[in-house]
Design a protein around this ligand. Structure first.
Ligand code: IPM
Ligand code: MN
Length: 362
């Protein structure tokens, strides 16, 4: 299979971990006789420094031509005081919109040897395995341009959704539930917001098309509570952009392994952008100690969702699990025994596992 991949390292540890994902993909390509070509472009703070824009036109053009995009992370204190159009996050929002990546999938699953690092008691977090399906290109993030009124003393942000936008993300939620354990929780604020009423209506209409899925509706405040009191009750959560942003951060710490969580942002035709859930971690950037696993698992999601290379994706996931099982860990994982390694070494261990494994089964 021939595929063209754009790498957007971005800022901070993004620049280190993207290299890890590339090495893993090169190993997969070699072992399975695929041809992946890579092109690197700038986004976020690095792009502001080089081109005066968090999302240069050349980056957008390259991503539009690519089969898939891998992104490291954006942001850092250097650009925190910039005006809003010159903030690194603008690059991220811009590329999501430019590529129409409306479906953001964030799987959260505990790794058994890391659950002790969870802020929750083991018996509560045990068995949690959920997927948040977040709408990514609408809602408050992209309503009619926000504005200041009354000499700056009043503000407007608009929560705007079309029925079509809701339908396509709700379909994604149902489909994901079908492929998992058949449970869908739709999260909204239908006791207050008109947008949530339409959302609930759409979920109600779609239900009959997915008779094998059990659906329930919960309000976002209750969802926030249930995520920490009974996280294992969830299978797939589908929700609008801002609710999904907040709930996915909450959920990402449940399993005690933020450095391990990948995400996928997809368009209808399967083109996608893949990035770790963690940020650019400026405090540890450049030190060679960042955990590359979330980025590597994001590359696995790319193989699964954009290229339909399920076996290759599974092998990467198996390699990560085996490397952890062998006692290797980076500094962010609060493991006291075992072998502490840096970014490069962790990557090499995973790559070596992939190569050995393929040769064993040949
Ligand atoms: C995320 C991030 C972004 C978002 C920010 C950086 C704009 O928090 O990917 O969840 O809010 O979508
Ligand atoms: Mn977020």
């Amino acid at each position: 299979m021939e595929k063209q991949i754009v790498l957007l390292p971005g800022d901070g540890i993004g620049r280190e971990v993207i290299q890890s994902a590339k090495e893993v993909l090169e190993a997969v390509a070699e072992e399975f006789q695929h041809s992946f070509s890579f092109e690197t472009h700038e986004i976020g703070g690095a792009a502001i420094d080089l081109y005066g824009s968090p999302l240069p036109e050349s980056t957008v053009e390259a991503c539009k031509k690519a089969d898939a995009v891998l992104l490291g992370a954006v942001g850092g204190p250097k650009w925190d005081q910039n005006p809003s159009h010159l903030r690194p996050e603008r690059g991220l929002l811009g590329i999501r919109k430019a590529l129409d990546l409306f479906a953001n999938l964030r799987p959260i699953k505990g790794f058994k040897n890391l659950l002790h690092a969870s802020p929750l008691k083991a018996e509560i977090v045990n068995g949690s395995d959920l997927l948040i399906v977040r709408e990514l290109t609408g809602g408050l993030y992209f309503g009619t341009p926000s504005e200041r009124r009354d000499g700056g003393n009043a503000v407007v942000d608009t929560l705007y959704y079309t029925r079509k936008e809701i339908e396509r993300i709700v379909d994604k939620g149902f489909q994901a539930a079908q492929q998992r354990r058949g449970r869908l929780t739709s999260v909204d604020k239908a006791n207050v917001l008109e947008s949530s009423k339409l959302w609930r209506e759409v979920v109600g209409e779609k239900k009959s098309h997915y008779p094998d899925v059990v659906v329930d509706h919960i309000l976002v405040d209750a969802a926030a509570m249930k995520l920490i009191t009974n996280p294992s009750q969830f299978d797939v959560i589908v929700t609008e952009n801002l609710f999904g942003d907040i709930l996915s951060d909450e959920a990402s710490v449940l399993t005690g392994s933020l450095g391990m969580l990948p995400s996928a942002s997809l368009r209808e035709d399967g083109v996608g952008l893949y990035e770790p859930v963690h940020g650019s971690a400026p405090d540890i950037a450049g030190k060679g100690i960042a955990n590359p696993i979330a980025m590597i698992l994001s590359a696995a999601l790319m193989l699964r969702y954009s290229f339909e290379l399920e076996n290759e994706a599974k092998l990467i996931e198996e390699a990560v699990q085996a490397t952890l099982d062998a006692g290797y860990h980076t500094g962010d994982l609060q493991v006291t025994d075992g072998k502490l390694v840096g970014t490069v070494e962790m990557t090499k261990l995973i790559v070596d596992y992939i190569k050995t494994r393929v040769h064993q089964s040949a």
